[in-house]
Design a protein around this ligand. Sequence first.
Ligand SMILES: *[C@@H]1O[C@H](CO)[C@@H](O)[C@H](O)[C@H]1NC(C)=O
Ligand SMILES: *[C@@H]1O[C@H](CO)[C@@H](O)[C@H](O)[C@H]1NC(C)=O
Ligand SMILES: *[C@@H]1O[C@H](CO)[C@@H](O)[C@H](O)[C@H]1NC(C)=O
Ligand SMILES: *[C@@H]1O[C@H](CO)[C@@H](O)[C@H](O)[C@H]1NC(C)=O
Ligand SMILES: *[C@@H]1O[C@H](CO)[C@@H](O)[C@H](O)[C@H]1NC(C)=O
Ligand SMILES: *[C@@H]1O[C@H](CO)[C@@H](O)[C@H](O)[C@H]1NC(C)=O
Length: 589
Amino acid sequence: MARQSLLAFALLALLGLSLPSFGAQIPLFSSSIATPGPGKTSPLIEIDVGQWDLSVGPSADGTSHLVFDTVASLLQHWPNTRYRNGHNIVPGVVPVGTLLYHGRPWQEIPDKPDWVATDPEHARFFCASFNSSSGCWHMSFVATRPLKILYFDGSSAAKMQGGSMDTQDYVAWNATRPDWIYNDRKRIVDLCNWGKRYQLDGFYRMEMDFEIMLCDFTSGTQLVSSVQLDPEFTRPNRTELGEILSAEAPYRPARDSLRIDYQVIQAGSWHNFYPGETRLRLDLTRLISFYDTDMFPILVQARSGVDRLQHRPSGISEKGVQLLHERLDEVLRDFGNPQGVHLVQGPASGSGVDWRTLYQVIVDRYADRLEMLQYILNSTDPTAGNYHQNHTQTADNAMYRLQLMLTTYALRTARPPTVDAGAHNNLSWASPVYQYCATTHTSALYPFKPSFTKSEHLLLSALEGTNREICRVLVRLWAEGKQAGIDPGLPFQPSDNWLPMLNRWKAEIDGLMGWLGWSLWLKCRPTCSMEETCYLPTWPWFKTKPPAISEEAFQGEATGHDPDPDLDDEEWRNPLPRCIRHLEPFDWR
Ligand SMILES: *[C@@H]1O[C@H](CO)[C@@H](O)[C@H](O)[C@H]1NC(C)=O
Ligand SMILES: *[C@@H]1O[C@H](CO)[C@@H](O)[C@H](O)[C@H]1NC(C)=O
Ligand SMILES: *[C@@H]1O[C@H](CO)[C@@H](O)[C@H](O)[C@H]1NC(C)=O
Ligand SMILES: *[C@@H]1O[C@H](CO)[C@@H](O)[C@H](O)[C@H]1NC(C)=O
Ligand SMILES: *[C@@H]1O[C@H](CO)[C@@H](O)[C@H](O)[C@H]1NC(C)=O
Ligand SMILES: *[C@@H]1O[C@H](CO)[C@@H](O)[C@H](O)[C@H]1NC(C)=O
């Protein structure tokens, strides 16, 4: 049986590029022919090189890569720390049986909206607040039904100026309110009041770890335990903090406070990368993105020439606010049935395509291999750690990496013309490889398009735009290498001419990786020692206080440090990873 189908496949392959089809009952599409005739069993991909020009990159205003990266990063701590201005609002469900934690100085269960953490260490941080004599109460709750939650991505609980709270402020107040950064009580009350019309139970946010703004402790959750914990490592009391602040001396955290802070940093880091925080199940078919240029065209101009770190949703205009609310209404109106039965089993709307996994397929396929290719191309730089004088070897290594990435797309028929054909700069022979590489993950989804939600159309086009550019750059370099006669399978082609080409390749790969902006390439280099951990600075633990922390608000946070002239004192502008101690004495500076 297996042998037979293999044989059939080989036959198909011989006949050209022909993939097993879905069968005649499903309408078939090809990437080049919009609507095939009824009953036609053509493959979903047909090679048509016309529009596959290897020299045409994405438009400067395009946002595929930004939608792609933010969606691939949802609920992951590291990327949402790097890019803290969230651009997505996504409904999701916290399943039955999930434990949630709350820490406070009193025993009473909150009778107003309040905050719960998904990791107990995060709640523990708040248990003694500023009065260590009152006690450290640590409560756990269990979700007794699926909780309907709205997620704001980015570092949406970081009390900072600059945009980290923009999306939720638009939901709560129709405007961004920098003056209310610290007014989280008003924020939670107004968000919960707004959410009542959709029976929302709360809002998911991220700071040093993930948290939920829970609207009603008497609905959907039940107290599991309420215990008083040993206050050994509680934070300094108000007297201590008051003295420090009134002396106007920069606050140097007590050792105990560092220990409890470190616990939270560590808990947050458990969710750094895929799959990230999994106690919330997102429904991507209802995702709203501020990188959606159809919905918020006004932001295209606001982002023009601005570093991605500074992108923010602020400035969407009255019409944008209205659109946002219409869209929120669309995605939340029928979100989940009262029992929420199907919510935890599958998506409640759309095609059923597993977008999250499909996005991860692309990340998995290219993240490590692009990084290795970049490493190899770096070796022509005399200042690089892996400097290599033998450019023939480097070209050969780089070509092998390109082949590894394209081996499943390199069609037998795509061959460079012989050199004497005199067309050595014409790479159009490689266009079929580009097209196949660029469409292979998405063409199969076209038959399902009629059941797509608006969000799914956005997800598809972001995936296509991102994958297409990866393929364009890779195929271009590969084709150039082929044409130059570099082939790791053949004897070396010594040439003293490789350097200009390798430099060009490095610029292309650096450009591609910069465009993609995947935060998993942001690493501590060199890697940290066994006694250290790689830390991406986040609010409120920077080397210096970010500007939003006023003295008044500051009393709410046991943090802040001596400005050290030797250190980069504005790392909150551009958070970059660095090694911090993993063993005592702890210190994040
Ligand atoms: C706060 O800390 C100071 C200094 O450690 C101590 O003297 C004082 O008793 C503490 N106050 C309370 C209310 O725990
Ligand atoms: C600290 O808590 C205790 C016990 O709840 C209370 O009697 C005391 O007034 C509180 N002190 C301050 C400064 O809030
Ligand atoms: C926000 O805008 C929406 C749509 O324009 C409107 O329905 C709503 O009442 C506004 N909310 C507030 C708090 O102003
Ligand atoms: C390659 O060099 C660039 C600087 O030109 C650096 O930013 C990047 O991290 C290096 N990549 C690797 C994989 O070593
Ligand atoms: C460069 O490396 C290749 C492969 O290792 C080797 O065959 C060649 O002799 C080297 N060239 C020089 C100049 O060392
Ligand atoms: C490149 O080659 C293709 C196919 O041989 C040809 O159709 C096209 O006109 C050439 N392009 C240029 C710019 O020479």
